[in-house]
Design a protein around this ligand. Structure first.
Ligand code: GLC
Length: 473
């Protein structure tokens, strides 16, 4: 007999419908990878639910249900839509709090509080309307964590059937705004919790408190959130939940990110034809207006311009490498101050450094396929996807020993790793990498090791399946 596990997977964003960052990649891939594990013994009926942000791109949306949530003395209407992607049902929740907030993540905390509280509560009501009950509710980050809390309070109130709650932590520092007033308005009671006082009115802590399992997006990050340095004030609480906390490394889309077939790059290659990358490097130098020299190390930064990513450290490092012969390309958008620093870096070193301050997926691929190294000096990094993509393309990562970077990059084997969040530590790691690069045999070995690593989603999906199984048995 086939056993079925129904999973309602909630996220603020999921590729290809809406994508802002790494969460969108994960929520776009993991549900499908889980469904693909279905076999004669077990069927994983994973379904995705997303807010119908005004920027969502979805084809063939069918109206599914209209209902309402009580809010204060009145009600808020909920409109649910449905589509399918590769056979997976995807639900979209719409309503005034979602329509009136144009961006996926607003700078106005109040708007986001309204939107995601509404979304989380409406998404939990949806199963009752469509006659499909989840065994597991799987939330991601603060935006949807409240669904786990709503789910639990419902369990108390109505003696409802057991539904397991899982929260995946992609970025702990973002815990969401104070939603005390909103919870009262929606009639959700605040429970007695063992959370710190400041945290008991915030979506992420409430979700963590109510969850049956907490998953960090790498084993390294799972360990770090238990410490004062990375625990954001919740480390003591998380210590108490240590038994339910685990780390499961994200995967990457190895079909899309494949240097043997990628149509965005000049020349395709694999681990036995790494020397062909030289052509891609030349094309990249040409496109960027850099000297067409195969021997100058070409360094890359492909990142959100954010202090989390330590791009400021990388800029200072580059500035300090005056006497070193190198080229660098910076690709990404974000914090205006950091964008400004990137621009001024290019002005100071016009022959060496190019700042491409935009979102450009095609150029990103050309950089992965042509640059020699990618720099990731993150202050914290729950998982990090760019280092895995880079390795797949033979672009050698130089990373700080933190979170998922530490789990995925090994010194002298697949890349270069440094400890301190200081620009001089990065400079010395870059220098070591450059020295190694001068020995082309050794360098190619490092490139090949990285290219042959398996970062596909399957292993991660299996780990999630194991977890689900322990929760529903
Ligand atoms: C967040 C984290 C990043 C992680 C991504 C996907 O963006 O900062 O490290 O890779 O989520 O889990």
């Amino acid at each position: 007999m086939t056993k079925t596990i129904n999973v309602l997977f909630l996220a603020a964003e999921a590729d290809p419908f809406v994508k802002v960052g790494g969460l969108g990649d994960v929520a776009g891939s993991l549900p499908q990878a889980l469904r693909a594990l279905s076999n004669d013994e077990i069927k994983l009926d994973v379904r995705l639910v997303l807010p119908h942000h005004p920027v969502v791109k979805a084809e063939n949306l069918r109206p599914l249900e209209v209902f309402s949530l009580p809010r204060g003395d009145s009600e808020v209407a909920v409109e649910a839509f449905e589509t399918t992607i590769h056979g997976m049902p995807v639900y979209f929740i719409d309503g005034e709090p979602i329509r009136s907030n144009g961006s996926v993540y607003s700078l106005d905390a109040k708007l986001d509080a309204e939107k995601y509280t509404f979304f989380s509560l409406a998404a939990m009501e949806l199963p009752n309307r469509i006659n499909w009950q989840p065994d597991v509710v799987h939330a991601n980050d603060w935006h949807t964590a409240l669904s786990i809390y709503g789910n639990l309070t419902k369990r108390w109130e109505e003696n409802a059937r057991h539904v397991a709650g899982v929260v995946t932590l992609h970025n702990l520092p973002f815990m969401g705004p104070d939603i005390n007033g909103l919870l009262a308005a929606y009639g959700v009671k605040l429970a007695q919790t063992d959370l710190p006082d400041w945290a008991r009115v915030m979506p992420m802590p409430l979700g963590l408190w109510a969850s049956d399992a907490i998953v960090a997006v790498s084993p390294g990050y799972a360990g770090e959130v238990l410490t004062e340095e990375f625990g954001c004030g919740l480390h003591d609480f998380l210590q108490l939940r240590k038994e339910t906390l685990s780390g499961i490394l994200n995967g990457i889309d190895t079909i899309s990110f494949d240097p043997t077939t990628d149509t965005a790059i000049g020349v395709n290659y694999d681990s036995s034809t790494i020397e062909k990358r030289a052509i891609n490097k030349k094309l990249l130098q040409d496109r960027l207006g850099l000297a067409l020299d195969p021997n100058i190390p070409l360094l890359a930064i492909i990142s959100r311009m954010d202090v989390q990513k330590g791009v400021d450290l990388a800029f200072t490092a580059l500035k300090n490498m005056k006497r070193i012969n190198f080229q660098a390309v910076i690709l990404g958008t974000g914090d205006p101050k950091l964008e400004e620093s990137a621009r001024s870096l290019q002005e100071q070193f016009p022959d060496k450094i190019k700042a491409e301050l935009r979102f450009d997926a095609k150029l990103a691929r050309q950089i992965y396929a042509g640059a020699d190294m990618i720099l990731m000096p993150s202050r914290y990094e729950p998982c990090g996807l760019a280092q895995m993509i880079a390795m797949r393309y033979g672009c050698v990562p130089v990373v700080r020993a933190v979170g998922g970077l530490k789990d995925t990059v090994k010194q002298d084997e697949t890349g270069f790793v440094f400890e301190k969040a200081h620009h001089m530590s990065l400079v010395s790691a870059i220098k070591t990498a450059m020295k190694t690069m001068a020995n082309s045999e050794k360098w190619q070995l490092i490139q090949r090791n990285g290219m042959l690593k398996d970062f596909s989603w399957e292993a991660s999906a299996r780990a999630y399946l194991d977890l689900y199984q322990t929760l529903v048995k």
